[in-house]
Design a protein around this ligand. Structure first.
Ligand SMILES: *Cc1c(COP(=O)(O)O)cnc(C)c1O
Length: 428
């Protein structure tokens, strides 16, 4: 039997946590089980998972159907090499994903997480031109973008406190502002001045920049920007790692535009937040540029756990639940609740920039400090919600709710009321 006693203290002696200043962080809460939108600690207290366990969970925790499918697969085939061999979950998942993705996507490349899905996308785009002897080597991205923590993904992300120690080691990228009706003409001339014939690809988080602070932007100007890039032969890489699988309301955020991307990155919601899996998909045109008698045109990339059968089986189970009408209805229900709560938030003088997109609600708290990730208010907010057993994790002075789609209206109300209580405390 596993020893589950005294976990927080034992953790502090042996573990280094992500995105955590270990010297000042409070001891972690040990969670022993989950059910729906709730997680339970050692004393059986329940916590509401209001941010989907880092944006990954869509159907709730320890879902019985997903657990069942995982167990079935584990008894059949748990893993095998994916070069020269294949298996049912990988093929079935690829077929089903290609049917629902925006635009004509033709091939699925498997990896382990969002960062690796982005690495693969960058390699596909750069080598697509390389294989054709076309000198297109520059990359375009948005300021403040977040595409992951590996070096390639960091390079195409905005330079920030996250990248400070590594900035000298990152490759150069051209960054542009988020598009609006008023800056779109200027964005196009900026790109024109960078010699677009040398730009290989544009990578972006469609309609909402997550880590930057849930920054939302308009589909119309975005669409115009994408069309301009297409006219300049710049490949479009849609990083739907956070937005995929219904998070923004539609199945994929690109469906808010009429533009078909060349490459799509998926992870987070792909397995419903149950196992690590990443996917990079591409059009037939991209794929065909790698077909050759010349071995040098091969995409030389792969991971030990590429297309892990357990992860693929779990993704298939999650997809079954995702495509049920009840899932879309839940997302719509959350959206309506968020809209009503946004009206309430707008009446509070300490809150600004309330915004809603699909199942995501975000707002900024007005403080003396500068807006952004390092704002001092974050520690206070963290503590406030943790004491109330609501799992909300601020991005600086930005707070957001991004719940599993199965969250109940009662649970949502508890989250909303805790935010109102927090705002009231800040006003005193
Ligand atoms: C989280 C995220 C990533 C990185 O995914 P990991 O699985 O954490 O490596 C990449 N892009 C976007 C848009 C993300 O939100």
């Amino acid at each position: 039997m596993m020893d589950n006693s005294n976990l927080s203290a034992r953790d502090l002696a042996v573990i280094w946590h992500p995105y955590t200043q270990m010297q000042t962080a409070p001891a972690p809460v040990a969670l022993l089980r989950g059910e729906g939108a709730l997680l339970f600690d050692e004393a059986n207290n329940s916590y509401i998972d209001a941010t989907s366990s880092w944006w990954v969970n869509i159907h709730g925790h320890a879902h019985p159907y997903i657990a069942e499918q995982l167990a079935l697969q584990a008894r059949q085939l748990q893993h095998c090499i994916f070069a020269g061999y294949t298996h049912p979950p990988a093929v079935n998942l690829a077929e089903r994903l290609l049917k629902i993705l925006p635009g004509p996507q033709s091939r699925v490349f498997y990896s382990d997480n969002g960062s690796t899905a982005v690495e693969v996308a960058l390699k596909m785009a750069l080598q697509y031109w390389h294989n054709q002897d076309i000198k297109k080597r520059k990359i375009l991205a948005f300021h403040h973008a977040y595409h992951g923590d590996t070096f390639g993904a960091m390079s195409v992300s905005g330079r920030s406190v996250f990248t400070r120690a590594f900035d000298d080691f990152l490759f150069e990228v051209h960054f542009i502002d988020l598009p609006t009706a008023s800056n779109i003409t200027s964005l196009k001339s900026q790109i024109a001045a960078w010699q677009p014939e040398e730009i290989a690809a544009f990578i972006f988080e469609p309609l909402i920049q997550g880590s930057a602070g849930m920054l939302m932007y308009e589909a119309a100007a975005f669409e115009e920007l994408l069309q301009y890039c297409q006219s300049q032969n710049i490949l479009l890489i849609a990083d739907e790692v956070m937005t995929g699988f219904g998070r923004t309301g539609k199945n994929f955020a690109m469906q808010y535009t009429s533009v078909a991307p060349d490459i799509i990155c998926l992870s987070k919601g792909l397995t419903g937040g149950n196992m690590a899996l990443g996917v990079t998909t591409c059009t037939a045109a991209i794929y065909n540029a790698f077909l050759s008698d010349n071995k040098l045109k091969t995409l030389f990339h792969g991971h030990s756990f590429t297309a892990n059968p357990l992860a693929c089986a779990v993704a298939l189970a999650s997809l079954d639940l995702f495509l049920e009408p009840a899932c879309a209805a839940n997302r719509q229900r959350i959206h309506v609740q968020h809209r009503q709560f946004a009206d309430r938030l707008n009446t509070l003088p300490v809150i600004k920039n309330t915004r809603v997109l699909g199942t995501i609600l975000a707002f900024d708290i007005i403080t003396a400090g500068e807006d952004g990730y390092t704002n001092q208010l974050a520690d206070y907010l963290h503590r406030f919600f943790r004491e109330r057993r609501i799992m909300l994790r601020p991005l600086g002075n930005t707070l957001y709710i991004l719940p599993p789609y199965c969250i109940t209206n009662e649970q949502l109300t508890q989250v909303y009321e805790s935010i109102i209580a927090c705002a009231e405390e800040l006003m005193h």
